[in-house]
Design a protein around this ligand. Structure first.
Ligand SMILES: *Cc1c(COP(=O)(O)O)cnc(C)c1O
Length: 384
């Protein structure tokens, strides 16, 4: 029988991330190349590495793993998710317009409004779970790209990436997906027609609340070349130590997510029945308008839940009473976290806009970890 070369499954690819790349020692794990510059064999010759801003072996192992995992041409690792997004917005010019998901990460809103708008690049925010709103926004003459957060943050609305990417492509516009919440373990935007996938790797990819990092994966050689230029020219690269931490975290991503999503589903169902909870947002709940889109892609529903309590006074009370859930910003780690979006992650969004979006003072957001479900449930029961 002929041996067929098959592409490994994601679990295999990630479990062996960085393995066996150092032929001189046989090191199984990827070494940390804590080095700034590389000696040239001769004038005009290079080992492939010249200076670590341009390329570093530990970062390259990470970037190659991420490109393969996402099914992209090339990936780029940055010092944070915001640095990754800052690099992406540099693809645009004064006069360009962008369309974004309206309930998005507060830091992205701040970047677009306080850094990018003064440069002459305008952002329009729409409910990207509503195809008619997206179509209308993309029809504006100056629009060059759409940046989707799906599920949105913190209301967990789902956008139809395939339909939106097809519309944008027909108009010569880029589709960029911030895939931080679901990750390539659930959903691969590039295979669905998107041009770029962006990550805050500080969340699920790292997975242990111990590293800040960002990633951009390019779906075409042209975009890869432009991003390689921008990453080197602006320099907000991920260092070798943090690249190594991220490689280490990635190995267990599918396992972690499986457990986190199972815990989240059980908690969302339990919260939906709780008498002191007035609303629960989770794509895995029956009747969630985006659930079918995720099911059609064979995607899990993620491990983020937001829910509303009956009164504004009750929200801080819950934050004060939790013991297993840790009251902290961020998400995606093995430890369960609870946050208060209106005063934390979304504080930079003007109050009137927050009110219109439904990010009110009774809304709490959970990032569900890998702890035992009984402990998580008991903790919320006690806090509520
Ligand atoms: C956290 C986050 C970011 C920003 O990433 P950092 O790593 O904190 O800089 C961007 N987008 C989303 C969806 C996030 O959750």
């Amino acid at each position: 029988m002929c041996a067929k070369s098959t592409t490994p499954h994601l679990e295999t690819l990630l479990a062996q991330a960085g393995c066996g790349r150092d032929a001189s020692t046989g090191a199984l794990a990827m070494p940390i190349y804590q080095v700034a510059t590389f000696q040239h064999p001769a004038l005009g010759q290079s080992t492939g590495f010249d200076y670590s801003r341009t390329s570093n072996p530990t970062r390259l192992a990470l970037e190659q793993t991420l490109a393969a995992a996402e099914g992209g041409v090339r990936s780029f690792a940055f010092a944070s998710g915001m640095a990754a997004l800052d690099c992406v917005v540099r693809l645009f010019r004064p006069g360009d317009e962008l369309v974004l998901t309206e309930d998005l990460y507060g830091g992205t809103y701040r970047l677009l409004e306080q850094i990018v708008r003064p440069l002459g690049i305008t952002a329009h925010y729409v409910d990207t779970s509503q195809p008619a709103q997206v179509a209308e926004a993309l029809a504006r003459p100056g629009v060059r790209a759409v940046l989707l957060e799906t599920p949105s943050n913190p209301l967990l609305k789902i956008a139809d990436i395939r339909a939106i990417a097809a519309q944008a492509r027909a108009r010569g516009q880029l589709t960029i997906v911030d895939n931080t919440f679901l990750t390539f373990a659930n959903l691969r935007p590039l295979a669905m027609g998107a041009d770029l996938a962006v990550y805050s790797a500080s969340k699920y990819l790292g997975g242990h609340n111990d590293v800040i990092a960002g990633v951009v994966v390019a779906g075409s050689p042209e975009l890869a070349d432009r991003l390689a230029f921008l990453q080197n020219a602006t320099g907000a690269i991920l260092g070798p130590q943090d690249s190594w931490l991220l490689l280490r975290g990635l190995k267990t991503l599918p396992l972690r997510l499986e457990r986190q999503q199972r815990n989240a589903q059980l908690l969302a169902e339990w919260l939906a029945r709780h008498p002191r909870v007035t609303a629960v947002h989770y794509p895995g709940l029956p009747g969630h308008p985006g659930g079918a889109l995720l099911a059609a892609e064979k995607s899990g529903c993620g491990a983020m839940i937001s829910f509303a309590v009956a009164s504004a006074a009750q929200a801080p009370e819950v934050l004060r009473r939790v013991r297993v859930f840790r009251f902290a910003e961020s998400l995606g780690g093995v430890e369960s976290l609870i946050t208060y979006p209106c005063q934390q992650t979304h504080a930079d969004i003007p109050a009137a806009l927050r009110a219109r979006l439904g990010i009110h003072d009774r809304l709490l957001r959970l990032s569900v970890g890998i702890e035992h479900i009984d402990d998580l449930r008991a903790d919320l029961e006690n806090a509520l």
